[in-house]
Ligand binder design. Structure first.
Ligand SMILES: [Mg+2]
Length: 255
């Protein structure tokens, strides 16, 4: 049986709404003892926040060990680059928490890095600070490339939009860690202890989940419960191994 690496937003829930079939899917993974991980570009929340969110939606039995966020991946990447460093963070608690966990400190004066994720506290002042620090030589890092997140009532600007603003003002491109970067896929298979060919990437986005899984050598399963509709699939030069309306239709043993 293959291991499952699953996206969350658009797969398990949409905003604060549980997607039909998602609880059954997770319960099936647990009862059939399928090794699984949630791999999310969400950098705002910690694994504990995400576990509590799932419980709030009625999904029980998942532990903090079942998550890898782009904030965790960014922290692990930075830790490989440098043992100790200072960071100016444009982002929220999830990211700051992971950076503290690896022993980095947060500073606005001559930081080694400017790390950017989605945050509701993005102002002109923050933008100006980030731009000046990067102009002064701080390295420019993004947790994930997503331009927008679909939530109830419409779209919401995400990390990619903030990165684009900083990019426009500095003329510099960020190094972006989240999906589809192979770093995320490698962290996930390593944590599960499986080879990529023994893993299935489940997600709702062609340009992050499916392309990332495909390039890592995984089986891929697109679900149509998020941002992708069936007629959009042909607009991409690659296709998923499987397409499902929602995760409730997935039989892990059949992938
Ligand atoms: Mg998604």
């Amino acid at each position: 049986m293959k291991a499952i690496i699953s996206d969350m937003d658009g797969v398990i829930y949409r905003g604060k709404q549980l997607i039909p079939g998602a609880n059954e899917f997770v319960q099936r993974l647990l009862s059939e003892k399928v090794p699984f991980l949630f791999l999310t570009n969400n950098a705002e929340q910690t694994p504990l926040d995400l576990k509590l969110k799932l419980e709030y939606l009625g999904i029980r039995g998942v532990t903090e060990e079942n998550f890898i966020t782009s904030a965790m991946a960014t922290a692990m990447f930075l830790r490989q680059q440098k043992e100790r460093a200072t960071v100016f963070v444009v982002g929220g608690g999830g990211l700051i928490n992971e950076l503290y966990n690896i022993g980095f400190s947060i500073s606005e004066s001559h930081p080694d890095y400017v790390v950017v994720s989605k945050t509701g506290n993005f102002s002109f002042e923050t933008l100006k600070k980030a731009v000046r620090l990067i102009d002064a030589g701080a390295k420019f890092i993004g947790t994930n490339p997503d331009m927008i997140d679909p939530v109830e009532g419409g779209n919401e600007p995400a990390a990619g939009t903030l990165l684009a603003a900083i990019s426009a003002a500095t003329g510099k491109k960020p190094y972006i860690v989240g999906k589809p970067n192979a770093l995320m896929m490698t962290l996930a298979t390593r944590k599960l202890g499986v080879h990529p060919e023994d893993a299935v990437m489940v997600g709702d986005r062609m340009d992050t989940d499916i392309v990332g899984g495909m390039e890592a050598g995984m089986t891929t399963a697109l679900v149509l419960s998020g941002v992708t509709t069936r007629d959009m699939i042909d607009n991409f030069p690659y296709k998923p191994s499987f397409v499902f309306d929602h995760v409730g239709q997935i039989d892990p043993a059949a992938l």
